[in-house]
Design a protein around this ligand. Sequence first.
Ligand SMILES: Cc1ncc(COP(=O)(O)O)c(C=O)c1O
Length: 426
Amino acid sequence: MGLFPENPEAFTDEIAELTERHLNPGLAKVLRFAGLGVEWYAEGCYIWDAQGRKFLDCLGGYGMFALGHRHPKVVDAVKRQLDMMPMPSKIMFNAPQARLAARLAEVLPGDLQYTFFCNSGTEAVEGAIKLARKATGRVKMISAVGSYHGKTMGSLSASGREVYRKPFDPLLPGFVHVPFGDADAVAMHFDEQTAGVIIEPIQGEGGIRIPPDDYLPRLRELCDRYHAVLIVDEVQTGLGRTGKLWGVEHAGVRPDIVTLAKSLGGGVMPIGSFSANGALWDEMFGENPLLHTSTFGGNELACAAGLATLEVIEQEGLVENAQRVGAKLIHGLRQVQAEYPDFIQEVRGRGLMIGVEFHEADFGELTITNMIQRGVIAAYTLNNPKVIRMEPPLILTERDAEFALQVFAESVAAARELVQAVLSGA
Ligand SMILES: Cc1ncc(COP(=O)(O)O)c(C=O)c1O
């Protein structure tokens, strides 16, 4: 675990102050208020802060820690690669990159034979939007209200929350946002000018929202009818998070482009990707193989992590574990909801992508603070502050889940008591 700092309180104050002065004053205040310390060490589903406090990680780095923290097989693969060639020359063949693309082609839904590697989810979405435009020669794209696809200019144009978009207007032209889960609304806006639809199979930051069963199949039909492309953003849902390898599998739909990031790096390296079939790839790279490039994209370290990650997910049965432990967690959370229906509105989710919607955002925030005090890290979804997300590592054991449930129940009870005391003027 290494040595903790000699004077952890002074160390924490110093880092908090540097964060306030040189990174983000507002965020530093929020973290201080929530009583959060400096992250120091992590292993499996747990994080320790510099003061030696231990936390069960139920946020999972916004869904990045599918394998937990520092999975030994991923760490080993990255260390081995580090001693050979960490970064690409960009001018020679790159073995980890080629092998990872081939492995993804085997496991991706449909015939998505080609992949481009980048370094984050937002870059993956940028690439997918460019590909859709280039392949169709059209600009108009349909996406969903409440969606989250990233915060660079292109992905932000697709994202569906005004508070993040408005300050940067004008964004990319041609984006239309329609209510999530409403295929009729998509149909109403579809026409011959539409390049495609970009959609999350389950909305993550929008508040863990599951669409009706016929939603994705109907979007597929519309894209086929208009010769447009269906981009499925699996950045958060991909690689087992929802209890299936791909979120889109729940709907049995074949996407044209899939974006991926978060889990692919095994919680050890940053990596993103977008994948498509040969015909689309030819439209993008047929004339100019360098039409879309990235200096760091496809680097050996990240691709070695990606290969090890896919192996671990399969060998350790993590998709099945997400399904099994996720069902237990959802069941337990629903029991707490049944006890406090005036406080918690709904519990929903698939696998280990779970949302708890409170009647008021404040109720959720108080609950989160209580959970942190009791040793469980959670946070709300970025586009829906009424919803606490539970996205722990897919290696979560039933015992970990029981601990999370116990802490959640205690935290809700304490938060509700406080709210009632305030309301009654006590
Ligand atoms: C569905 C989805 N797409 C894209 C992104 C953007 O990923 P990144 O934060 O790596 O840029 C996110 C991030 O939460 C996401 O959930």
